[in-house]
Design a protein around this ligand. Structure first.
Ligand SMILES: Cc1cc2nc3c(=O)[nH]c(=O)nc-3n(C[C@H](O)[C@H](O)[C@H](O)COP(=O)(O)O)c2cc1C
Ligand code: SF4
Ligand code: SF4
Length: 287
């Protein structure tokens, strides 16, 4: 990013110098100089200037440097959103309008990312055929996995899946694989719950901390979804299978070189929670 400083407006308050995470903004002989060498493009220098003295020379991103929104979510409202959001595992068949899905993705652009990489990308499946194809691919994988798990006489079958587990799959999930497969084979969609939309959250592997970017983006998606009356389910069954199978990623339209960190099922809930499920007390060490 390249910035210009209007010296006639600058009061040399120093706010831009202090906020720059890359130490690219300096005061030299009574003028602010901004270098781009290690700039991470966060835009904080311009966004913090109280005089409007800094301007980005080229940026066509929508909403760039818009005034701060007036509305501030109260702590109570934010906490209520966090406490109300639930994983939803029953959906109405009604499609989710594209503009509503776009609203979720837009929200996911505002999360923090390592070195401001903003590397989160999305593949949105709404076509029943696309969702079905992915469901089939994921289930073929777990079906084979369940068979290998059950075949104690041929441990090499399990080894073909990466030894003791699918990638980093936890024993807890592995224990659930056989009944998961049985349910889906019996026509109960325990993977996508017959929801009308599925969002794959992915990023290039060579980006800065891509998993964090995708995880925060996913959290933004599920929170805004709750706020607009949608239900969601983050499904590791799908993301783990997509991580294990390059051909499944390609078939789902994920670009080469990307890792799928999360898969979010989205739709209008067909189930209503009556209470907040228990949460462990805070475990924290205070020093
Ligand atoms: C990374 C991640 C993976 C998950 N994978 C699945 C999954 O494969 N299938 C599923 O039904 N729920 C899945 N969940 C939902 C969790 O089971 C759920 O978040 C947890 O039980 C707490 O319930 P709550 O989301 O309603 O608070 C996943 C959640 C996360 C954060
Ligand atoms: S924040 Fe604005 S007014 Fe303050 S020193 Fe930087 S450019 Fe000048
Ligand atoms: S955009 Fe961010 S990193 Fe670049 S000069 Fe401004 S504050 Fe520094």
């Amino acid at each position: 990013m390249r910035f210009e400083v209007d010296e006639s407006k600058c009061t040399l308050c120093g706010a831009c110098v202090l906020t720059c995470p890359a130490d690219m903004v300096r005061e030299k002989r009574g003028a602010i100089k901004i270098s781009w060498v290690a700039c991470i493009g966060c835009g904080h220098c311009q966004a913090i200037c109280p005089e409007g003295a800094i301007s980005l020379t080229e940026c066509d991103y929508p909403g760039a440097f818009a005034p701060l929104p007036d509305e501030v979510a109260s702590p109570q409202a934010l906490l209520s959103l966090l406490r109300r959001r639930r994983t939803v595992r029953r959906y109405r068949p009604d499609p989710v309008p594209r503009e509503t899905l776009e609203q979720l993705l837009q929200a996911a652009q505002y999360v923090p990312t390592g070195a401001n990489c903003q590397c989160q990308e999305f593949t949105v499946l709404t076509a029943p055929r696309a969702i079905n194809d992915l469901r089939q691919g994921v289930m073929d994988y777990y079906r084979a996995y369940a068979e290998a798990l059950a075949d104690h006489e041929h441990p090499e079958r399990l080894a073909a899946f990466g030894g003791t587990g699918i990638g980093a799959m936890h024993e807890h999930i592995l224990a659930a694989v056989p009944s998961f497969v049985k349910n889906v084979d019996a026509g109960r969609d325990r993977l996508f719950f017959d929801a009308p939309a599925v969002i794959l959250v992915h990023a290039r592997r060579d980006e800065v901390l891509p998993e964090a970017a995708c995880s925060f983006a996913t959290l933004a998606i599920v929170l805004i979804a709750e706020a607009v009356g949608l239900g969601t389910c983050i499904t590791a069954y799908a993301s783990l299978a997509l991580q294990a199978l390059p051909e499944l990623r390609a078939a789902a339209g994920v670009p080469d070189g990307h890792e799928v960190h999360h898969v979010v099922v989205v739709g209008y809930p067909a189930e209503v929670y009556q209470a907040v499920p228990p949460r462990r007390p805070v475990r924290a060490t205070w020093l």
